[in-house]
Structures are given as structure tokens and as C-alpha cells.
Design a protein around this ligand. Structure first.
Ligand SMILES: [Cu+2]
Length: 145
């Protein structure tokens, strides 16, 4: 991880009853231009035990999809998936959250509230709330792999 490049944006993580917390780091959202109705949120998640991210939501978007990215030759493509697996104790960042139907443009410097639902074994769900910093349109995270 490039700690100097990423401002940690995990502000308020709400702890569930059992307190087995999923940790959010390196979270950012790219700023959007006026006519743009979708945005991308990028983050790294680490769960203490095996879990899955099954849902995302934001008050600034009609819906939030979980997308994975893959390279086809030189073209990056993304597709929606139902869930992202979080192996126990391992940081996972090979996905992003697509904010669909933005209610307004996202401005550099503001924070976007995001809610993630993490499901553990036995179907127990943890709600993770994070305020994600908006980065400039030109921002590129350095690949972490
Ligand atoms: Cu996407």
C-alpha cells in the first residue's frame, strides 16, 4: 500500500453487536462533471473472518452496484457482481462501487456517505458506514498489486 498517496477516508465505522469489524481503507470517489449520472467509489476492505460484501448504498445515488474490473487486452472493462468475497484477514480491493443515478455532481474535497452490507457465515450481517473523500477528476490510484 502507498500510504503517502492515500488519505484514509474511513471516518465512521459502525460496530455491529458482535464487533467483528470490517476495516475500510484507501477509500476514494472520483469527482464527477455536471451531466454525469454515475460515479465510482474505490476502497480496500479487510474482514477479520471470511465474509462477503453483498450490498452498497448511498444517499447521493439511486442505487449502488458492486463492480469488478478486468483487462481485456488494453481495455479495462467492468461488470456487476452480486457479491465480493472477503477472505479472513486479507485486504480486498479488486472491485469498486458504482454509484448509479447520482442526485448531484460530486465535488472534489467533499465526502460521500456510503453504506456497505457485509454478510458473515450464518447469514449475519454487518453494516459498515464510511464517508469517502472525493478526489479530482484526474486522480489515479497507484495499482496496489
Ligand atoms: Cu463500475
Amino acid at each position: 500500500m502507498h500510504k503517502t498517496l492515500f488519505a484514509l477516508a474511513a471516518a465512521a465505522i459502525v460496530c455491529g453487536s458482535a464487533c467483528a469489524q470490517t476495516v475500510v481503507s484507501d477509500a476514494w470517489v472520483r469527482a464527477t462533471v455536471a451531466a454525469q449520472t454515475t460515479g465510482g467509489a474505490y476502497l480496500s476492505l479487510r474482514s477479520p473472518d471470511a465474509a462477503r460484501v453483498v450490498k452498497g448504498a448511498s444517499p447521493l445515488a439511486d442505487s449502488v452496484e458492486i463492480h469488478t474490473m478486468q483487462m481485456n487486452g488494453t481495455v479495462m472493462s467492468m461488470r456487476e457482481v452480486a457479491a465480493i468475497a472477503l477472505p479472513a484477514g486479507q485486504p480486498v480491493s479488486n472491485f469498486h462501487l458504482m454509484l448509479i443515478g447520482l442526485k448531484r455532481p460530486l465535488k472534489e474535497g467533499e465526502r460521500v456517505p456510503l453504506t456497505l452490507v457485509v454478510e458473515r457465515q450464518g447469514g449475519k450481517r454487518e453494516t459498515v458506514q464510511v464517508e469517502v473523500a472525493v478526489k479530482p477528476l484526474t486522480y489515479q490510484a497507484t495499482p496496489r498489486h
